[in-house]
Write a protein that binds this ligand. Structure first.
Ligand code: IMP
Length: 442
């Protein structure tokens, strides 16, 4: 497929060709256009519109990119190419940047790349990619171009100019934006199942970034595990359900899950695409603090709820499984996490141990086993979903299915055993939430 690209920069053409190997990249310099927009998206659109005029019915693309340094209030930003004045002079730009950062301790910076596309019908689409890092004290390396010798990406101790082209493309702002472009050209979507971002602000709001970090659509599936486990105890131990500790145990379960989500994004910070940490929307320090806070919050809630002693080893095993899953990506480890979440519910509801309680082992093993298996299979099936919007949609339905399974289990238990009647209001609330909001996606 042909892709007209509005640039004459040979470095960019080479990087674009490397990242989009299946496309015939046709450079077309939009001579004479003035890039006077206040942001990258505006400039990219100015350039792509200029060439789309000439290539009607074809895919056209322009990118605008630059370096944003926190201590300089986002400069050089859209003025990156001509930071030290006209015409573009890379050594002078780099020297000026180092001079302006003399004695500055916080050298945090990020590269941003915005790609604007015009599709064959004339529709305009805009995507962004970011690469966070910091500015070195002195230049190093000979690869790449522009500010590469001064920019050290997060998680590395080498500058962009010391990385190979493949290494840079895998994490660079342009690489990340072009991955989105690739998904658009390949399937008409940005690879996340949604229609492409329209001209959007830089990075979206902070709140949205945190919501994205905590994958809020998945969180509602977590308390259900604990509630199903908790419902099993009174059924077989012959006592009534203590609803408050169980609700608090659900909350602790949610915090443990949030701990796992943050840990997962920290582990994948170098390789993940389109996530708040690699996109530079949330700093490493902030997520490390958040990871600690989530774990601490789970422990505080569990202590306040005075959860029975056996809850703690189960919760500890859950944390170990989460850490194992994040580092190995074994589907089974994720399945075990959710099985243990259910077990935490069983143990949270444990008030008195009677002989009847021994009967609990069978149903608990069965429920935890089914949970573990279902989640293991969904996790295994979901591998590679980020590049396959159709698969992503199916996985979303399977994740949503967790809530239906939980509600069905609770309904059956509450109908069979009067001891769990206290759960009925929760069931009604859950059913209403499902009807109003539908199940969570991925
Ligand atoms: P433009 O996107 O052609 O306007 O380029 C903006 C400027 O940002 C370039 O001239 C470089 O100075 C800088 N820049 C953009 N991307 C990179 C990169 O990957 N490495 C180094 N400098 C870059």
């Amino acid at each position: 497929m042909k892709l007209f690209v509005a640039t004459h920069n040979q470095h960019k053409i080479r990087e674009i060709s490397q990242i989009l190997p299946g496309f015939e990249i046709v450079p077309d310099d939009p001579e004479g256009v003035e890039e006077n927009a206040p942001d990258f998206a505006g400039n990219a659109l100015i350039k792509v519109r200029a060439i789309a005029e000439k290539h009607k019915g074809e895919w056209c693309m322009a990118d605008d990119s630059g370096l944003e340094v926190k201590a300089l209030g986002g400069a050089p930003g859209v003025h990156s190419a001509r930071y030290a004045g006209e015409p573009t002079n890379t050594p002078a730009n780099n020297a000026l940047l180092l001079k302006n950062l003399e004695g500055v301790e916080d050298r945090a910076a990020r590269f941003t790349c915005c790609c604007a596309l015009v599709d064959p019908s004339g529709e305009e689409l805009v995507v962004h990619g970011h690469c966070p890092g910091h500015i070195a004290e002195k230049a190093a390396g000979v690869e790449g171009f522009g500010y590469d010798p001064l920019f050290i990406p997060n998680g590395y101790d080498k500058s962009f100019a010391e990385l190979s082209a493949d290494e840079k493309n895998a994490i660079s702002h342009r690489g990340r934006a072009l991955e989105k472009v690739k998904a658009i050209l390949g399937g008409g979507s940005a690879g996340d199942g949604s229609r492409v971002e329209r001209v959007e602000g830089r990075g979206g709001s902070r709140v949205l970034s945190w919501l994205k970090l905590f994958r809020v659509v998945n969180l509602p599936t977590v308390p259900g595990d604990v509630l199903v486990g908790a419902a099993l105890w009174p059924c077989f131990a012959g006592c009534s359900l203590r609803i408050l500790p169980v609700l608090l145990a659900s909350l602790a379960g949610v915090f443990l899950y949030m701990f796992g989500l943050v840990d997962n994004d920290i582990v994948g910070a170098k390789t993940d695409k389109d996530r708040p940490i690699p996109d530079g929307e949330i700093s490493f320090l902030a997520v490390r603090i958040a990871r600690f806070v989530c774990l601490a919050a789970a422990m505080v809630v569990a202590s306040l709820a005075k959860l029975p002693g056996l809850w703690w080893p189960a919760a500890f095993s859950l944390v170990v499984s989460v850490i194992l899953y994040n580092r190995t990506k074994w589907s089974m480890a994720m399945g075990v996490c959710r099985g243990l979440n259910l077990l935490c519910g069983v143990l949270a509801a444990n008030t008195v141990f009677s002989m009847d309680a021994a009967l609990l082992a069978g149903p608990v093993a069965l429920a935890a086993g089914i949970w573990t298996l279902y989640i293991t299979l969904v996790t295994w099936y979901s591998k590679g979903e980020e590049n396959d919007p159709e698969k992503k949609r199916r996985v979303g339905a399977l994740v949503g299915g967790i809530v239906y399974l939980q509600l069905t289990a609770l309904l059956v238990l509450s109908l069979m055993f009067p001891q769990v009647a206290a759960m009925r209001p929760l069931l009604i609330a859950g059913a209403v939430m499902l009807i109003v909001g539908g199940p969570g996606g991925t």
